[in-house]
Design a protein around this ligand. Structure first.
Ligand SMILES: [Zn+2]
Length: 107
């Protein structure tokens, strides 16, 4: 089961964006990376288009390695490790390893 889901609130624990929080916009499980809203902007030079005749520099979120992310537990109010819990109906959910609170999947 994936540890990070789309819609999760996460905190970056390593790298230049360490300590920043944001919501996961996209998960690329094949590459083990995720795009997080407002985090890890890179500047890209944009060629002029009809919509933006000046061209210019576009800032865009770039993927962050998922090993550098922790899901934020609302109860602990901190980035936590998660574990997978099986429910009685056979479905699986993620739970906070610290307090045991179930973490909802991304909405
Ligand atoms: Zn917790």
């Amino acid at each position: 089961m994936k540890k990070i889901h789309k819609g999760d609130r996460v905190i970056v624990i390593a790298g230049d964006d360490r300590g920043k929080e944001g919501v996961v916009l996209k998960v690329d499980s094949a590459k083990g990376k995720a795009i997080i809203e407002g985090i890890h902007f890179v500047k890209r030079h944009q060629k002029p288009t009809r919509a933006a005749p000046q061209g210019g520099i576009l800032e865009k979120e770039s993927p962050v390695d998922m090993s550098n992310l922790l899901v934020i537990c609302g109860k602990c109010n901190a980035g936590v490790k998660t574990r997978t819990m099986a429910l009685s109906d056979g479905s699986k959910v993620r739970a906070c390893r610290k307090c045991g609170e179930m973490l909802a999947s991304g909405k």
